[in-house]
Ligand binder design. Structure first.
Ligand code: ADP
Length: 619
């Protein structure tokens, strides 16, 4: 999995999904509060209802027990036989106990007939034998029931006890009843208060809980957001710490972790930058691979050599981005057998093959095992070419020197052998010897001049000069040859001559060589033009002729040493084949450029461009 998809996948996790932490905390809290408050409320309502009912029952019980004795007497004696004063006192007690009619008290005989009643005389009452509380009292000694009165639209609680004789037979009953409407009304009021209380508690708890949960989750969310930022590479993000609780401790731990991470990453990137700086400033190409042949590093020079980009190669198998078999084989040997390889490599390219010195070594890990391999490639094309040029030069120079020496030797030997040689012939021989010596002199002179300009700055004396000065002296030196060949030599110089930074003698040699060639390779009666002018920031010297011209196929090579289009003609004209090589070196030593245009039979133009002096050069 590459870095990008890993990051993409993990960022999926950063997206909110499912229930948020806030909903979970707040939801559980709200449910807990709701259940607790509802259970407390229900228990409270239920308990209060029960308490009130049992209080009512106790009141009825007190009233009924108070009447036990006088009622027993009445039931035993009978209503008619009851002494008047006792009857009066009983009625009095009953009416007191009935609290101005709030309680309804009756004394009932065993057959269910009401004998005395707080709300009127007995005969107006129905038989109570079947009343539930009476039935129960008959069986258990006491009984209770709640009955709805359709006429009065209320419900009352009835409490009755059985009055027994000495033989435990039931003589009758005392019953007290009380209207429950008031009680229910009170109960409703209490319930309403409890309900409102529950509601207020719930609302207050929900609001409080909301802020509490939000306070906690906001802080956790903050830590999470910073964590996500850090995970996405923003290592300098930190969580602000405002309190001293566990979340703050977590935030602190988190900040410390982020700081460590940032430090490490900075150290790593500093190391990497250093490595990159070293790698990119190296003249050698470097390729490093890991144990699985994946490219770890490929520097700029290696990119140029193989025409690939590091970005493409990183993380890929080395053979996917480089297809040079000998390099791949050397890397494989280093990886599998720990073998060091040094070899020469030729990279075939369209313009020119490249010669590479290749060194491949295994990379050893801390444990001593092979963890990768590194290849260092040194481009030696230029060095090899220079070596070849030098070899060619030596071969050419000795060849060039050999022929005049052989000619001189032949001539001198002939003269020595032939003591009687005619003075005329001897004179001709001696003239030839002189010519060959002059040629030797020119050759040696040109070779010296070439080696001097090749050593570049060392032997050149740079100064700000007018380009006209060396040109003029070259023209003066060549004027005799022009006159001799009756060639029209025209000189076109500007009023304000361009200044260049250069060596007067070297520039004069350069102009002299070009002018000499123009005169040499132009037939008698021809023309040569010398022009100096300024073109932008260039000082230009143009030397043109309408001479024999140069075939196009040779144009690229005429600046090579000893290269001549027509060897015999050049030799005959006193050429060495080194003139243009010297010219090119002088121009290059002056940071200039030389161009040639030519048409066979029509003429040749050499154009030398040198940078105009700005006055700020330091040589
Ligand atoms: P050489 O000493 O033979 O002149 P150069 O290096 O000066 O050597 O020139 C190389 C060759 O380029 C010459 O041999 C000649 O064939 C050709 N050449 C140079 N200048 C001219 C010119 N102005 N017109 C025609 N051919 C030229």
């Amino acid at each position: 999995m590459n870095k990008f998809t890993a990051q993409q996948e993990s960022s999926e996790l950063f997206r909110p999904g499912g229930l948020s932490l806030f909903s979970k905390i707040y939801g559980s809290y709200a449910l807990l509060v709701l259940f607790t408050v509802l259970i407390i409320g229900v228990v409270l309502i239920f308990q209060i209802g029960r308490d009130m009912a049992s209080e009512l029952e106790r009141t009825l019980y007190t009233k009924v027990t108070y009447l036990r004795e006088p009622a027993a007497e009445l039931l035993q004696t009978g209503l008619m036989e009851m002494p008047r004063e006792k009857m009066f006192s009983l009625r009095n007690s009953i009416s007191q106990l009935s609290d101005a009619g709030d309680a309804h008290i009756s004394i009932i005989d065993a057959s269910g007939e009401v004998l005395v009643d707080s709300h009127g005389y007995a005969d107006s009452k129905q038989n109570q034998y079947n009343a539930a509380e009476i039935q129960e009292a008959r069986r258990k000694g006491e009984g209770r029931s709640v009955r709805h009165n359709a006429v009065l639209e209320n419900s009352s609680m009835y409490y009755a006890i059985a009055v027994t004789g000495e033989d435990d037979s039931v003589l009758g009953f005392i019953r007290a009843a009380m209207d429950q409407t008031e009680l229910s009304r009170r109960l409703h009021r209490i319930n309403a208060i409890i309900f409102v209380g529950i509601l207020i508690t719930l609302v207050a708890s929900f609001i409080l809980g909301f802020f509490l949960s939000r306070g906690i989750t906001q802080r956790i969310n903050h830590v999470k957001e910073v964590a996500v930022q850090i995970a996405l590479g923003e290592y300098q993000e930190r969580v602000p710490i405002t309190q001293r609780d566990e979340i703050s401790q977590m935030a602190y731990a988190f900040n410390t972790m982020a700081q460590t991470l940032e430090d490490r990453i900075q150290a790593i990137s500093a190391n990497r930058n250093q490595l990159e700086a070293v790698m990119s400033s190296m003249d050698e190409g470097v390729i490093a691979i890991d144990g699985n042949e994946h490219v770890l590093l490929l520097n700029r020079i290696a990119e140029q050599l193989f025409g690939v980009s590091e970005q493409y190669c990183l993380g890929r198998k080395v053979y996917e981005c480089i297809r040079v078999v000998s390099l791949l084989e050397a890397l494989e040997l280093a990886l599998k057998e720990g073998k060091h390889t040094e070899e020469q490599l030729v990279l075939v390219e369209t313009n020119q093959d490249r010669m590479i010195d290749l060194r491949v070594s295994p990379l050893e890990g801390d444990s001593g095992g092979i963890e990768g391999a590194v290849a260092v490639l040194h481009d030696v094309t230029r060095i090899r070419r220079l070596e070849m040029l030098r070899r060619d030069f030596v071969a050419n120079a000795s060849h060039e020197l050999k022929s005049p020496i052989a000619a001189i030797r032949g001539l001198v030997e002939t003269m020595i052998d032939d003591g009687e040689m005619e003075p005329g012939i001897r004179q001709r021989f001696l003239t030839k010897v002189k010519d060959e010596t002059l040629r030797l002199g020119r050759l040696v002179g040109d070779m010296l001049a070439l080696s001097r300009v090749e050593a570049k700055d060392e032997n050149l004396d740079f100064a700000s000069i007018s380009l006209i000065t060396p040109v003029r002296s070259a023209v003066e030196a060549q004027r005799a040859l022009a006159d001799q060949k009756r060639i029209a030599l025209s000189l076109d110089l500007p009023a304000t001559p361009p200044q260049v930074v250069g060596d007067d003698d070297a520039l004069s040699d350069m102009a002299g060589n070009l002018l000499n060639n123009a005169l040499k390779y132009t037939t008698e009666g021809g023309s040569v033009w010398v022009r100096v002018f300024r073109d932008g920031d260039k000082a230009v010297l143009e030397i043109a002729d309408n001479g024999i011209g140069i075939p196009e196929a040779h144009l690229d090579r005429i600046f090579e040493r000893f290269y001549r289009v027509d060897k015999a003609r050049s030799r005959q004209l006193g050429g060495t084949g080194l003139g243009l090589a010297i010219v090119k070196h002088i121009v290059l030593a002056h940071d200039g450029e030389i161009k040639v245009t030519s048409k066979l039979g029509a003429g040749t133009t050499f154009r030398v461009e040198l940078p105009v002096a700005t006055g700020s050069e330091h040589r």
